[in-house]
Design a protein around this ligand. Sequence first.
Ligand code: AVI
Length: 342
Amino acid sequence: MTTIAFPIPSTEIIQERVAEAVRAGLMRRPKRLPAWLFYDEAGSRLFDEITERPEYYLTRTERGILAHHADAMVARAAGLEAASLDRITLGAVSCDRLRIAELGAGSADKTRLLLKAAVAQQGSVIYEPVDVSLTALEAAKERIECEIPGVTVMPRVEDYTQGLELDPTAAGERHLVLYIGSSIGNFEPWEAERVLSRVRAGLNPGDGLLLGVDLKKDEATLLAAYDDAAGVTADFNLNMLARLNRELGAEFQLDAFEHCAVWNARESRMEMHLESRAAQRVHIDALDLEVEFAEGERIHTENSYKYLPGQAEALLASARFEPVESWTDEQGWFRVHLGRAV
Ligand code: AVI
């Protein structure tokens, strides 16, 4: 069953949103384009490729944390105290049943680790991926139901940044919401707080949120992750201009712009920009607009915040989640936090 919680925007409405965002962003100084513009079909494919590049440590590091700790995460989310974790495998303690929701359609193999742990703990699990893209949700449903017996997938077409509406839980059940992959890092701190507060508003006290955050680390590692040697991240960034060419009849010459990855130490964030290699003027047909670029002028396309110790806990608390426990990797590069709705 797919639940559609808000009208799916038509292609025209999406095009209108793209047009509005591009007009507003290119009129700003410095010029900006929002990161959601990355994710058309080509951009989503390029992002999947990024996650497999050796320099992009985020995905495999988080996967490693989940592989080690999925059982504990699921048990703690179901209400078990840390001290009772050993006894759950013996069936000596009982806890609530979990329903697992995920914000974003699910980066399959990481989610699978948690679903398998939930099936091992409670025999079966309902999984509710939440995404604006029906196609992504239907693909996730087929894949996961085939691969993990015991999982029933109930996709929800929703824009979770505006709020979260899940089916009510029965007595003895709790929701665990997954927000993994460091997606929270692409929001400004104030937006991150707003998104999590809206998610919290759709939950009951006792429900859980599993939040994956990337941590501040040495600059060379960060720069390489956002500027891989094979140039996939550069293609991902430049695809934003290719998208404007396809959808708005823009005339960006892709080789007239350069991908730039910058570490902003003051804000503790990686930034991506597109830098104009020369002075130029670009026509955008659908906007009836000519945009001037000076040589070296940049369009700021993304921020990816790298959290400092204590920041994720503070963020959770500000959105009315009590930080319960967190797990990291050996290098301390990434951390997965469990918050409980209060
Ligand atoms: C989706 N998001 C968590 C990625 C990140 O690392 O901020 C997007 C990305 N941008 C460049 N590479 C990957």
